[in-house]
Each structure stands twice: as C-alpha cells, then as structure tokens.
Design a protein around this ligand. Structure first.
Ligand SMILES: Nc1ncnc2c1ncn2[C@@H]1O[C@H](COP(=O)(O)OP(=O)(O)OP(=O)(O)O)[C@@H](O)[C@H]1O
Ligand SMILES: [Mg+2]
Length: 298
C-alpha cells in the first residue's frame, strides 16, 4: 500500500489478523498468524495451501461467521460483524435443502429476500409473476451448467457433482459482491470441472464479483485466478512463530481470463513449480523474508 492509499480504496483489508482455536488438551493453537491482505473490488483470487493450513477458516472470517482472534478485518472500511446479503459462500461440502427441488433450492434466497410470508399472501399475483421470473433465471443457470433436466428433481436424486453445481447456482444467482468458494469443484469429473471453470470466468466477466476461490488443484488455481495467494504453515522465522502465513501473494501472469492453452506455456509450468515448492512441500521451508509477496497490494 502506498502512502496515498487508505483502507477506503480497498473492498477488503485484513491487518495483522490472527486466528487461534482452543485445544482439547488445554491452551490454544494458532492457525492463522498475522495475515495482511488488501483486496480491490472485482479481483478473482485463488487460494491454495496444505490441508489444515486455515483456508476455510479464512473464508469463514470474511463471511463473518467467525471473528479474528486479534487484528482487524474490514469491508468497505468497516468491521465485519456477521454474515450479510453481500457475501455468498459455496461450502466445501454441498449444502442443499433436501425437501426442496433443485429449482426451489436455487431460487430460495431470491424468494426469501423479496417476499415475506405476508407479502406472498397479500401480493399473490405479483408474487407468482416474480417467482416465475426467478424460475426462468434459475433454469438458465441449470442449462449453462448442463443440468437442464434437473430442475424438478430432489437433491437425493442427483450425483454429488450435480448437487455441487446446484449449490454453486444457488450462491451465484444472488450475485453477491463477494463470492467465497471453498473447493467448489472437488466432486466434479475432469471435463465437468473444466466446463465449470469457464462458467465461473464467464460469470465473473459479467458481474465483476470479487471472488475467493479455494482449491487443491494448483493448475486450476493458476488458470482461474487473476491473483494467487498461498497460505502455508511450512516456513521459518527468527522468532519461531507457529500458524500459517501468506507465503506467496502475486498476480498470475498471462492476463485474465486466460486462453485455455495457457496451461501449456513454460511460464505456467515455472509458476506451478515455484508454488508447489515454496508453499506445499513440507520439506522446503522458506524464511519469512524470502516470501514472494510481489503483488502490488501485498
Ligand atoms: N472450530 C474449530 N475449533 C478448533 N479447531 C478448528 C476449528 N475449525 C478449524 N479448526 C482447525 O483449524 C485448522 C485449519 O482448518 P481449516 O478447515 O481452515 O483448514 P483448510 O486449510 O481449509 O484445510 P482443508 O484443505 O483440509 O480443507 C485445522 O487444524 C482445524 O482442525
Ligand atoms: Mg478447508
């Protein structure tokens, strides 16, 4: 951050954020340690890191369902004190309402937002019309996600990958300002996964939502994001601190969105190797001063 920039220039700022959890055996464990991050509206940020490093924890704090133990987390310069309409999440494990059809699941949030129970009764004709519009929008999502026939099915009639796509449609149709996605494509086969990557990029171009995208697939992370964050507990410092830090924060070269063949360039291969080594390999421990924090906002 340069001197002339303040937290108002950013959509989201994390300053010295630390998260600790109590341990069963007593005491506390530091999961995230002194996280600093500045994010502008419209960024598409990929987050990778070893299992257990705190990626989901970081998303939950941005969502507002958990608070930092110390430090500040601001959105539009204000502390986040709970979940809100402007932040949506797709959880690591899909979460649909079992008693609602796919279409009803997708429009649930829109419906709830626009009509109270009384509004439904008093304004019934208007309610019916709006509901039809919502259903048409939801159907367009289903078609784009190769689920055109699934609208009237119930979640238990779908495969895991199909359910996961419905959960994505459910969050995306709300067009939140910040969309948090926690390993959203984990249950998908390879070709559906690539389709969904393109779908998310299309959606991002259309809406310019700010997206956090957690994945274990490094290739996916570098292809989908304009910026890559690597969280890792594998590093060394002079003070012997514990807990994951951002060990890499950089712009992904190659423009955004990238052409599909970017994955085959030498630049891509090199970056992949660097991140695998510096962030994910427990045998390689960089010193804090050697982290690649070359992003302009890092
Ligand atoms: N509510 C909680 N109470 C105590 N410990 C917790 C709690 N939630 C998470 N943890 C611990 O915090 C650490 C980070 O968990 P988190 O789920 O954020 O990791 P992650 O990076 O998302 O991992 P994965 O890649 O496996 O999803 C883990 O050691 C986990 O056991
Ligand atoms: Mg997780």
């Amino acid at each position: 951050m340069t001197d002339s920039e303040t937290s108002q220039d950013y959509l989201l700022t994390l300053d010295d954020v630390t998260k600790r959890y109590p341990m069963k055996t007593g005491g506390e464990k530091t999961i995230l340690n002194n996280i600093d991050l500045r994010v502008r509206q419209g960024e598409f940020i990929s987050v990778v890191g070893p299992s257990g490093c705190g990626k989901s924890t970081m998303l939950r704090m941005i969502l507002g369902s958990e608070q930092p133990t110390t430090g500040s987390l601001l959105i539009d310069g204000k502390p986040v004190d709970g979940p809100s309409r402007e932040r949506g999440i797709v959880f690591q494990k899909y979460s649909l309402f079992p008693h609602l059809t796919v279409l009803e699941n997708i429009i649930f949030g829109l419906d709830l937002e626009e009509f109270s129970l009384i509004g439904r009764v008093v304004g019934y004709p208007r309610y019916r019309k709006r509901k039809r519009e919502f259903a048409e929008r939801a159907q367009a999502y289903l078609e784009r996600m190769q689920l055109a026939e699934a609208g009237h099915k119930f979640p238990h009639e779908l495969s895991g990958g199909m359910r996961q796509r419905v959960a994505i449609a459910q969050a995306a149709i709300m067009e939140p300002r910040i969309l948090l996605m926690d390993e959203p494509f984990g249950a998908l086969d390879d070709s559906t996964r690539q389709e969904m990557q393109l779908f998310m990029l299309e959606l991002w171009e259309k809406t310019r939502m700010t997206i956090f995208f957690v994945t274990h697939d490094l290739e996916e992370a570098l292809f989908i994001g304009s910026r890559i964050l690597v969280l890792s507990q594998y590093y060394v410092s002079d003070t012997g601190v514990e807990g994951a830090k951002i060990v890499t924060d950089k712009e992904v070269p190659g423009g955004h969105p990238k052409p599909a063949d970017y994955k085959y360039t030498a630049e891509f291969g090199e970056l992949l190797g660097q991140i695998r080594r510096d962030g994910l390999d427990p045998e390689v421990r960089q010193h804090v001063k050697d982290f690649d924090l070359s992003h302009r906002d890092a």
